[in-house]
Design a binder for this molecule. Structure first.
Ligand SMILES: Nc1ncnc2c1ncn2[C@@H]1O[C@H](COP(=O)(O)OP(=O)(O)OP(=O)(O)O)[C@@H](O)[C@H]1O
Ligand SMILES: [Mg+2]
Length: 208
């Protein structure tokens, strides 16, 4: 059975799709059979990302990005890891359902106070002691590369008993360029492209 990693958040625009596409790309680059399922019917952002990839240029996304309707058990059976990109601010019922399907619920969150508050609410709902709570992991994203905001947020959340990934995914323009071009950050022309990609590779190793 593949390891299922669902990416969700209480707020929109925190970096779910960016993380979903890049993590799937990192698993793929490491030789794992990785599949991305885009369950954000509203925007379909990962699917759109894949569609923007320039065909034939050698930089298109090299892993399958599926719409929920295209998911067949057979397509996922031989996958090592399945990532699920979801809509921001999911309904409680959907969140519960997601928690039963996933092995890990990854909650990206910026280091700002409001996002941290929203993340605490989400993890509160998932419950610290229950199975869903145990599956939940916060990952700090869009962390300013300068200063200690990411480290401080990570330590504070940990002090409150939350599980937080060690890797901080820092804020780099390479991710925005990658989204615009429909490629991965490692394939954009940018001085920080490799640094950005290394954050993702490190995070992928923490997860599988
Ligand atoms: N680590 C990062 N560094 C710089 N920019 C980032 C980073 N992560 C995300 N972004 C940018 O933040 C914006 C929102 O990212 P993204 O679309 O991944 O969020 P989302 O949580 O999927 O949003 P939605 O809730 O609308 O689906 C995009 O412009 C994206 O390029
Ligand atoms: Mg999204």
């Amino acid at each position: 059975m593949p390891r299922v990693i669902a990416i969700t958040s209480e707020k929109g625009g925190v970096g779910k799709s960016t993380l979903a596409v890049h993590l799937t790309g990192a698993f793929h680059q490491r030789g794992l059979h990785a599949v991305l399922v885009d369950e954000d019917g509203r925007v379909g952002s990962s699917l759109r990302w894949a569609r923007r990839s320039p065909p034939g240029a050698g930089v298109e996304l090299a892993f399958p990005v599926l719409a929920p309707d295209d998911v067949r058990p057979k397509k996922l059976a031989d996958a090592d890891v399945v990532l699920i990109d979801t809509e921001g601010r999911p309904k409680r019922k959907e969140l519960r359902r997601l928690a039963t399907r996933a092995d890990v619920i990854l909650v990206p969150c910026g280091p700002g106070a409001l996002e941290l508050e929203a993340t605490r609410e989400l993890l509160d709902f998932l419950g610290g002691d229950g199975e869903a709570g145990r599956k939940a992991r916060v990952v700090l994203t869009r962390v300013p590369p300068v200063g200690r905001a990411g480290e401080e947020a990570r330590e504070n959340l940990r002090d409150e008993g939350l599980t937080v990934c060690n890797t901080l995914v820092r804020h780099y323009a390479a991710y925005q360029k990658a989204a615009e071009l429909g490629v991965l950050a490692c394939n954009v022309r940018d001085a920080r492209a490799e640094t950005a990609w290394n954050d993702i590779l490190t995070l992928s190793r923490e997860l599988l």
